[in-house]
Structure formats: C-alpha cells, structure tokens
Write a protein of this length. Structure first.
Length: 261
C-alpha cells in the first residue's frame, strides 16, 4: 500500500487545547470508585474497602473524547491522571525527523498521564482511536488523599513502577525479538487484557491500524502485513481486516515463548 493511499484512509487528528478540554462541562458522576464496574482493573485495584471508599472523595469529572482527538499532548503541563472508562487510546512521541512513534495503547480500566510525573510535563501525546470516555483525576488532590493513607501511597508508587515495567517490556520487544515473536507478543497481550475485562480472549477487533502496530513494534507496515499473513497460513489466526480470531492460542504462545526460553 502506498503512503498516499495510507494517508487517504487515515482520519486526520483533531487536537483540542488543554484550556478548551477543561472548559467543556464534565458529566455528572453517577458512579463512585467503590461501585464502578472497572474498579478491579483501575485505580482501586487491590485496595481495601476503607481505602476504596476514601477514593470516593476524589474530585474528578468524566469527559468524552471523540476518535482522532488528543486528550493531552507532549509538552503540556502535567496536572491530571486519566482513567479510561471506555474506548482505546494510543500514546505516541514525535521523533527527530517528525515521524510518529507509538509507545503504547490504553484500554478501559487503565490509567494514562503518568508520563508527566518526572518532568512536570507530558512526555507523550494520548489520542483516542475511537469515541471514548475518561475520568479526569487531579493529581494534587490524589496526593492530598494519599497523605493520610499508607495503602494509597503504596498504590501510587505501584502505578509509577508499572510505567517502568512497560518501558522495559517495549525495550525487550524492540531489542531481542524477530517479527513473528513481536507480533505474537502483541496479540497475546491484547488477548490477556481482553480476558481480564470479561471479553473473549480469542476473538476481538483491533482499534489500531497496522501502521500503528508497526510503529509500536518497530516494524515496517509491509512486515506487519506479511507476518499477519504468515500466521494465517500457519493456521494460528483468522484475520478479516482488523477483526482477529486466534485459532491456536497454544501455538501462538509457543511462538512468543521460544525467545524467552
């Protein structure tokens, strides 16, 4: 597929300024952290009941983000942590030659914005890959709540540690795996995250394009397409555009584990 054809099929990104985003009215909160259906995946995960109830005092609002809009951009001041309630986001950086480098994908129940903790400014841009909804949690208020709770302090530290682990995982993908191992690892990761949300781990729809997958895995678009085709020929997958059906989960797992062993 030519670059011109790919650009024609890719919807342009429509960025909104932080002031405009904050000025938009937040939806009335009808669900607290303690009663949210995503609490076992999101910020309250692993907390005791009293600490989760403490989170109910957080002052945050919900906002909807349309597909192609940026929730925040690299270089903007860090003030807020975002919990994804629905939809999928990609995090990306702009490298020296102007190309986009995808650094991660976030799904419902996952947190975004922690990249701003180190320097006080976001290191990446978060863009909605589909219509999405987020909870915006002011970081300063979260710190105020955690000051009186050692358990909450521990959870915040774990969140920061999770970012480090994610970076190390990406380095492993880009530094030591071939194309098949990288794509198998990516699909297995999506499968596990789907299962954790009560969705099918073997059949799902990818919200990201193959070009975005390639950017994340350090592979050319042609290599991503060729590797998908190889997995289909091996009987591992059935692929219909972005719809994926894993036919042999054990064999796909072996493809990934070969390098680790």
């Amino acid at each position: 597929m030519s670059t011109a054809t790919l650009e024609a099929r890719t919807a342009p990104l429509h960025y909104i300024s932080p002031a405009e985003f904050r000025a938009r009215p937040a939806a009335t909160l009808t669900t607290l952290c303690s009663s949210c259906h995503l609490k076992d995946l999101c910020l309250p995960c692993g907390m005791s009941a009293p600490t989760v109830e403490r989170l109910d005092g957080l002052h945050f609002g919900r906002r909807r983000v349309k597909a192609g809009q940026a929730l925040y951009r690299a270089g903007e001041p860090f003030q807020t942590i975002y919990a994804v309630r629905s939809g999928t986001f990609k995090s990306s950086l702009t490298v020296a030659d102007g190309r986009e480098q995808v650094s991660g994908f976030s799904m419902a129940g996952e947190l975004m914005g922690l990249d701003g903790l180190a320097q006080g400014r976001h290191a990446s841009t978060a863009t909605a890959l589909e219509d999405a909804e987020i909870c915006a949690i002011p970081y300063d208020h979260l710190m105020e709540l955690s000051a009186g709770s050692s358990e909450l302090q521990r959870v915040v530290a774990q969140l920061m540690s999770r970012e480090i682990v994610r970076e190390h995982s990406l380095m492993l993908l880009l530094g030591s795996m071939n194309a098949e191992e990288r794509l198998a690892s990516f699909l297995l990761n999506i499968s596990q995250r789907m299962k954790a949300r009560g969705w099918s781990p073997s059949e799902f729809h990818l919200r990201m394009s193959r070009a975005e997958i390639g950017s994340y895995l350090g592979m050319k678009l042609e290599t991503v397409s060729r590797t998908f085709s190889a997995f289909v020929q091996q009987g591992l997958l059935a692929v219909d555009k972005r719809h994926i059906r894993i036919l042999d989960l054990e064999a796909l797992t072996r493809t990934f584990e070969a390098r680790l062993q």
